[in-house]
Design a protein around this ligand. Structure first.
Ligand SMILES: NC(=O)c1ccc[n+]([C@@H]2O[C@H](COP(=O)([O-])OP(=O)(O)OC[C@H]3O[C@@H](n4cnc5c(N)ncnc54)[C@H](OP(=O)(O)O)[C@@H]3O)[C@@H](O)[C@H]2O)c1
Length: 243
């Protein structure tokens, strides 16, 4: 029987925790007894997530725009001061863009890279000091199948997720000797608000559920055996593959 990590009382920071995959991961890790810092721009959405955990007093609601340096500074100060550390970082917040290549503005490209790549980069960098003090330090980055394959009208989004994959794989190697696990979960179409924007051509039927992604996140955090999971790709079981 493999020994699993007891997450009771451990601390996680989850971006984009007010909806979709981020909320599902928050609820799943709360079930394990974790204390959570819930990050997103909308306080209302984050408070709803905190309420749904059934333990709102153990949850920190941090309404923040993570594409600003000030926002990330504030989050890290609160993690140090209030939570006195960090065990698990989940870089989940992200945006999609479904746009023909030539119509994708420079500003839209910068915006998607700021949220999907630079924010996780800065959060990983700023979190390492705290993660080094943990006995189960883990980073999970939420990628996408677009990190592995090109899709029509998805150049900017695919570029951002390819970049996040490169960051994840390199960081994983750089810190594995210190016991810090860095993973990427790359789902296909998940049934959230985002999918309507990213892939209006897909029907909700047979879509991956956010809870399926959350279950894998919980697995990665609780299983720290000798085998390290490099990355997980999730495809829909039905219809066309790679969607
Ligand atoms: N749905 C899919 O099919 C799918 C497939 C593969 C990968 N993914 C990835 O999964 C992740 C979560 O997406 P989702 O499907 O759950 O979509 P979602 O419900 O739209 O979640 C995105 C979250 O990011 C937060 N966010 C956006 N901009 C932010 C900012 N500047 N600062 C802080 N938080 C911000 C949003 O909250 P606020 O608006 O309140 O800030 C929202 O809670 C993304 O990285 C996405 O690329 C999704």
């Amino acid at each position: 029987m493999l020994k699993t990590v007891d997450l009771n009382g451990k601390r996680a920071l989850i971006t984009g925790a007010g909806s979709g995959i981020g909320r599902a991961i928050a609820l799943r890790l709360a079930e394990e007894g974790m204390k959570l810092a819930l990050v997103g721009r909308s306080a209302d959405k984050l408070m709803r997530t905190a309420a749904l955990t059934g333990r709102p007093l153990d949850m920190l609601v941090l309404p923040t725009d993570i594409t600003t340096a000030r926002g990330i500074d504030d989050i890290m100060h609160i993690m140090e001061g209030h939570f006195r550390g960090l065990d698990v970082l989940v870089n989940n917040a992200g945006m999609a863009l479904n746009c023909p290549f030539e119509e994708t503005s420079d500003e839209a490209f910068d915006k998607i890279m700021a949220l999907n790549v630079k924010a996780p980069f800065v959060l990983c960098k700023r979190s390492l000091k705290l993660l080094r003090q943990s006995d189960c330090p883990t980073i999970i980055n939420i990628g996408s199948v677009t990190a592995h394959q090109g899709y029509v009208q998805q150049a900017a989004y695919a570029a951002s997720k390819h970049a996040l994959l490169g960051l994840t794989k390199s960081l994983a190697r750089e810190v594995c000797g210190e016991g810090i696990r860095v993973h990427m979960i790359s789902p296909g179409g998940v049934y959230t608000d985002m999918i309507a924007v990213a892939r209006p051509d897909l029907s909700p039927e047979g879509m991956i559920q956010p809870e399926e992604v959350a279950e894998l996140a919980a697995y990665l955090v609780t299983h720290r055996g000798n085998a390290v999971v490099d990355e997980i790709r999730l495809h829909r079981a039905t219809k066309e593959p790679f969607q």
